[in-house]
Design a binder for this molecule. Structure first.
Ligand SMILES: Cc1cc2nc3c(=O)[nH]c(=O)nc-3n(C[C@H](O)[C@H](O)[C@H](O)COP(=O)(O)OP(=O)(O)OC[C@H]3O[C@@H](n4cnc5c(N)ncnc54)[C@H](O)[C@@H]3O)c2cc1C
Length: 464
């Protein structure tokens, strides 16, 4: 057990009434650096182990997606550690989807015309830096970059790391090991061996590749306050704005389609056919260079249960519930994990074992639900958004939300702009669908009855 450390925040408020633990956070990505900060604020002795070099010193950041859509759950978690405003100050609000059809026509679908809530495009590197910098104020956070976790013994709380570049093996131990080491988590791999641990993963047959629409004359080339989507049935492209006035473009499509594009000519033909309006924005040369410079990345969805091992270990973020990125919720859900976990740590009567057990029980349904929703939204984004039925439903949802804001919260709003448990968001949508279906059936029956009445002069005529 570590020595006692101040149980106060920067402004002197006591945050913790339990004995401080030595907590090892594995993974200094977005969720790991937030978790480190959250534990440190409660006075725990935190050791943050990260495989890569310090992102603040790295010139080229290897990793997924340059920018991310931050929404309510992530904002709430950032607010809890006093960082929401700092992050939002440089984030770019995205008020809706701007759909680009195959002819280059653009249509705007506002996310929330009733209360004007929006998503925020934030740089992954910037967000990680803000979280790590905030941790510098806490002497009880010890950072260990270039330490790759190799092995964990949960019962003994013992961990083994390989240091880069020397490959020296380093050992440490902790009271609590928190795996925030992403979709291919080593901590989770060790948990899988424990009896009773259920685990499933699914790779989708689509991959993604990042391109860029650069700034032109120091300005954005498209309206910046939207998430741009080019829905094309089997595949799609999206673009999020960056601070430097460029857009990061993510092209998603089946690997088998990627494989058909072998030459610059194939690529330009493909883009002229499906994304003609994007070609002058990206620029032909840049398109060819960026497309062939990297290979399409795989996307995996992970579900598991439980998230803890006794009183010794826990997994959070992508380590616990990696999902396909199409609801823009992976990070938001991971940050919400921290909110829930630390709210349990605030309950003085719970032991660490009880906290971890409750975390699993309170979280798994919602984590599984958002993995499912993310899969569903992939279909919605690439296909449904351009259908009339989708737009009609969006219009109806908006009207009902406007009239009954406490009763009728549309699915997208509940996921992105509230902290409603994800499983409840799905349940809500189910009863809304049922209600609309019943109204539609009743309206159709009424219409048939009225038509019959008009043509046959009354119901008796029909029955005779
Ligand atoms: C293309 C794409 C777009 C996305 N867009 C969005 C979005 O708009 N909104 C959103 O909310 N989410 C989005 N996501 C999801 C989001 O990126 C993840 O949910 C989020 O990064 C998860 O954070 P994490 O800290 O759990 O894991 P990661 O970000 O993967 O971080 C894990 C960290 O652990 C380290 N690590 C791994 N193994 C070890 C080891 N053995 N020892 C030590 N350290 C280790 C890694 O180096 C890394 O730094 C997107 C994902 C993708 C792929």
């Amino acid at each position: 057990m570590s020595h006692a450390i101040p149980l106060t925040t920067n402004n002197g408020n006591a945050l913790n009434s339990r004995a401080p633990l030595k907590v090892a956070i594995i993974g200094g990505g977005l969720v790991g650096s937030l978790a480190a900060l959250s534990f440190a604020r409660r006075g725990h002795e935190v050791h943050l182990y990260e495989y890569r070099e310090d992102i603040r010193r790295a010139e080229l950041v290897q990793g997924r997606s340059i920018n991310l859509a931050l929404s309510q759950r992530g904002r709430k978690a950032l607010a809890e550690v006093g960082l929401e405003q700092e992050v939002l100050a440089t984030a770019i609000p995205m008020r809706g989807r701007m759909l680009h059809d195959i002819k280059g026509n653009r249509t705007v679908v506002i996310y929330d015309p009733c209360t004007n809530q929006c998503l925020y495009s934030v740089g992954r590197k910037y967000l990680n830096e803000v979280l790590l910098n905030a941790g510098e104020k806490f002497p009880n956070i010890h950072r260990h970059f270039e330490h790759k976790l190799n092995y964990v013994n949960f019962n003994e709380g013992r961990m083994e790391f390989k240091r880069a570049p020397s490959k020296e093996i380093v050992e440490d131990n902790a009271d609590l090991i928190v795996g925030c080491d992403g979709a291919f988590s080593t901590v989770r791999q060790q948990m899988v061996r424990a009896p009773g641990f259920n685990y499933s993963q699914e790779y989708i047959e689509h991959g993604y590749l990042e391109l860029c629409i650069p700034a032109k004359d120091g300005e954005f080339q498209m309206p910046e306050n939207y998430l741009h989507i080019w829905p094309r049935d089997e595949f799609m492209m999206i673009a999020l704005p960056n601070q430097d006035k460029s857009f990061t473009v993510t092209l998603s499509m089946p690997f088998k389609v990627f494989k058909t594009i072998r030459s610059s000519e194939d690529l330009l033909n493909f883009f002229h056919k499906y994304y003609a309006d994007a070609v002058p924005l990206i620029g032909k040369e840049r398109l060819i260079k960026d497309f062939f410079k990297s290979r399409p990345q795989h996307l995996v969805s992970v579900k598991c249960y439980p998230y803890h091992y006794g009183s010794k270990a826990l997994i959070l973020g992508d380590a616990a519930h990696a999902m396909v990125p199409y609801y823009g919720q992976g990070l938001n859900a991971g940050m919400e994990d921290c909110t829930l976990l630390l709210s349990l740590f605030n309950q003085p009567n719970l032991s660490t074992a009880e906290i971890l057990e409750q975390f699993t029980e309170l979280r798994w349904r919602d984590a599984h639900a958002i993995c499912d929703l993310a899969m569903y939204n992939y279909v919605e984004m690439r296909d449904l958004t351009k259908r009339l039925s989708f737009r009609w439903r969006k219009w109806l949802d908006t009207q009902l939300f406007r009239w009954f804001p406490n009763f009728w919260v549309p699915l997208y709003n509940s996921v992105s702009f509230t902290s409603m448990p994800y499983s409840q968001c799905i349940a809500n949508r189910k009863w809304q669908d049922k209600l609309l279906q019943n109204v539609l059936i009743s309206a159709s029956l009424a219409f048939v009855a009225m038509t019959a009445f008009k043509y046959y002069g009354g119901f008796q005529t029909i029955t005779l």
